[in-house]
Design a protein around this ligand. Structure first.
Ligand SMILES: [Fe+2]
Ligand SMILES: [Fe+2]
Length: 169
């Protein structure tokens, strides 16, 4: 399950690059930067799981990327995709936490705690962004202003994040 989650996190990372590039190509730099940063976060998630697997003597395979969607017709679409993706990841993480508890694997259960908390933030943040996009309607620059005003286009470092293989970026 951890191996599958490494794949899911890397795939999320690739998908966020695709969304970032889509925004970048439409001269929406704040949305682009927000998703470039999200991509780095997902990469860090993948490599935190890799580090945990290394630390607990599991064999690790680094997967190729899965399917990535690049075609969108309006700004709301990639945001909705991102929100759906975060909700799916939350379900995956909950499943992992449940499995660790069922296996009486306290170490893995503890490892999953940070991810549970992180997913609450990620779903909440992406849900808010979706609402802002709805409210902005055709005026996408309001979304750009929102991201700038709230400082959501800058990278935040989370000091209590589990260690990341090769170091967090
Ligand atoms: Fe993630
Ligand atoms: Fe995420």
């Amino acid at each position: 399950m951890l191996q599958q989650q490494v794949h899911n996190e890397f795939n999320a990372s690739q998908q966020y690059i695709a969304i970032a590039v889509w925004f970048d190509g439409r001269d929406l730099p704040r949305l682009a930067r927000f998703f470039y940063n999200q991509s780095v976060e997902e990469r860090n998630h993948a490599l935190a799981i890799v580090q945990y697997m290394l630390d607990t003597d599991h064999h690790v395979d680094i997967p190729g990327s899965g399917d990535v969607r690049n075609e969108f017709s309006k700004v709301a679409e990639p945001i909705q995709l991102a929100l759906d993706q975060e909700k799916e990841v939350s379900a995956d993480i909950e499943e992992l936490a449940r499995a660790a508890r069922a296996a009486d694997d306290h170490t893995s259960e503890q490892f999953m705690q940070w991810f549970l908390k992180e997913q609450v933030e990620e779903v909440s943040q992406m849900g808010t962004l979706r609402n802002v996009v709805d409210m902005a309607g055709d005026n996408v620059f309001e979304v750009e202003n929102y991201l700038a005003r709230e400082g959501l286009d800058t990278e935040e470092t989370d000091s209590d994040m589990p260690p990341v293989a090769g170091g967090a970026r």
